[in-house]
Design a binder for this molecule. Structure first.
Ligand code: URA
Length: 190
């Protein structure tokens, strides 16, 4: 099993796909190494590329609103992406870029081993939950897979484009907290 330092240095020196040539900084996952909740989005944006930290741009502000609304903060979660380098022009990461990067998400997941994994947006949900996942219809639903409880919520950028989605996303974040509590209570049935 790798250490967090191993994973970060592998990501930061990665040249497994062409994004390695255009990135300013690779963006390894960041957050609590004891988090019960792992948030997985698609790929770093422009600000994240400049700083090497996930969700530091406008979408990060929306993410903070969602976390706060559920009584959470960044200290309670681990935030990462399927693809660790910014796709030029903010395009969707290509299937081959996602596949080339999956070994890093697998390593992060194996080390954190969170009870709950939350996909932020369609791309992460289609990669981790089901290839035909429909975010509008299926956000907030739960599946139990390989020992992890998994769900998907709207991507914070989708909420920026359509603020009407905010209330639904807040409800989904409350259901995440409820799921963590339910898992915790099931360990101590008495
Ligand atoms: N959008 C993402 O999908 N990931 C980030 O880290 C930031 C914005």
């Amino acid at each position: 099993m790798h250490t967090w330092n191993d994973i970060e240095s592998m990501i930061c020196s990665c040249g497994r796909c062409a994004l390695g040539q255009t990135r300013k900084n690779a963006v390894p996952g960041k957050g609590s190494h004891a988090a019960q909740i792992m948030l997985v989005a698609e790929a770093p944006g422009k600000q994240e590329d400049l700083q090497g930290i996930p969700f530091v741009g406008p979408a990060g502000k929306v993410l903070d609103i969602l976390l706060t609304s559920a009584g959470l903060s960044r200290k309670d979660v681990f935030i990462t992406n399927i693809v660790k380098c910014h796709p030029p022009g903010n395009r969707d990461p290509l299937p081959e870029e996602q596949e080339a990067c999956m070994q890093y998400l697998r390593a992060e997941t194996a080390l954190l081993h969170p009870p709950v994994i939350v996909c932020l947006g369609r791309i992460a949900a289609q990669k981790l939950i089901a290839p035909n996942f429909k975010i509008t219809r299926e956000h907030g639903m739960w599946v139990h897979r390989k020992g992890y409880w998994m769900t998907a919520v709207y991507h914070p950028s989708a909420i920026l484009r359509d603020p009407a989605k905010l209330e639904e996303a807040k409800r989904d974040f409350q259901s995440i907290v409820a799921k963590v509590q339910e898992i915790e209570e099931s360990k101590y049935p008495l």
